[in-house]
Design a protein around this ligand. Structure first.
Ligand code: SF4
Length: 304
């Protein structure tokens, strides 16, 4: 079925003219919001794995992680090329020499056509961005979660929206593509707040987005909060409706990198439906068809 939004897989096919798959890597980094540098305890939704990590293990070298994944993805999906994606924790949180050594190590095979680095917006500087801009087709994925500063404080992000905005501008200035991660259903957030986040991301013309439903993970600070005082969590239909609203607000050129996922069901305490990926994707398709709407339909371009 033809999607009414711009899937990342389509962007990869159009850009590289072949089947490109992401290889998730563990570079052995930490996070300044977990090790006490910024705050104690980290983001309240984050568990020990550095949030939603489902990747290779840092016990293996980067090259071993890549080789194993290349083999699997080529056999399973006939993948022809790959994007090396540093997923867990903050993958720019190290001295520049160390970063260079780690990033350099992914380009040992010409089938690696791009690099994507997940990090926090307060964990980059000009020197690090200059380095990243030297690699093939570089992307940076910034965790934002919400553009509402009160929410960011509540979830203990340790940075505000202005910090994110500044990082995005510096990153895009260097021709590095930006993907933003957001969470829907954060406690105290209304639909208006969530759509406001989408509008602000649309204004920044981000290149990609990953949308998550707030998930209460075992052993996260949020699990303790929820256990003491359970709060309302959206159901699948409510989530899908808001995702469609967001797709309509975003520019048609923003690549949609995630709107549903398959987490580890054993670590997901609530809501259980978040791991029913295909059901969520089908529901989003159905709602957009019923509305006869498309990504970008309500996008307001503020450029001259
Ligand atoms: S920045 Fe990422 S790794 Fe660090 S505490 Fe927050 S979600 Fe976890």
């Amino acid at each position: 079925m033809q999607k009414r939004y711009y899937p990342f897989s389509k962007y990869l096919k159009e850009t590289f003219n072949k089947k490109v798959y992401k290889i998730t890597l563990d570079g052995g980094f930490n996070c300044p919001n977990r090790d006490g540098t910024i705050s104690s305890g980290g983001c309240i939704f984050c568990d020990e794995t550095g949030s939603y990590s489902r990747c290779n293990c840092s016990k293996n070298s980067i090259q071993t992680q890549i080789k194993e994944s290349m083999l699997k993805l080529s056999e399973q999906f006939k993948a022809e090329a790959f994007m090396a994606y540093f997923q867990s924790y903050s993958n720019t949180y190290a001295p520049i020499e160390k970063l260079k050594e780690i990033y350099d190590s992914v380009f040992f095979d010409e089938k690696i056509v791009s690099i994507s680095i997940g990090t926090r917006p307060d964990c980059v500087d000009k020197e690090k961005l200059n380095l990243i801009s030297t690699y093939k087709h570089p992307w940076i994925e910034y965790g934002l979660q919400s553009a509402n500063n009160k929410t960011l404080e509540l979830i203990n992000r340790g940075h505000d929206f202005e910090c994110f905005k500044k990082a995005v501008k510096e990153t895009k200035k260097r021709n590095i593509k930006v993907c933003a991660h957001i969470i829907l259903g954060l406690e105290n957030e209304t639909k208006k707040d969530m759509l406001e986040t989408a509008k602000k991301l649309a204004e920044l013309e981000i290149d990609g987005i990953k949308i998550h439903m707030l998930t209460i993970l075992k052993d996260s600070p949020l699990a303790k909060i929820y256990e003491k005082q359970p709060f309302y969590l959206m159901n699948m239909e409510q989530y899908a409706e808001i995702v469609c609203d967001i797709l309509e607000i975003l520019p048609p050129t923003t690549t949609i990198q995630r709107i549903a996922g398959t987490g580890y069901s054993e670590t997901t305490l609530q809501p259980k439906w978040v791991n029913r990926r295909f059901e969520i994707l089908n529901l989003i398709d159905k709602i957009m068809l019923q509305r006869n709407s498309y990504q970008g339909q309500n996008y307001i371009c503020k450029k001259d």
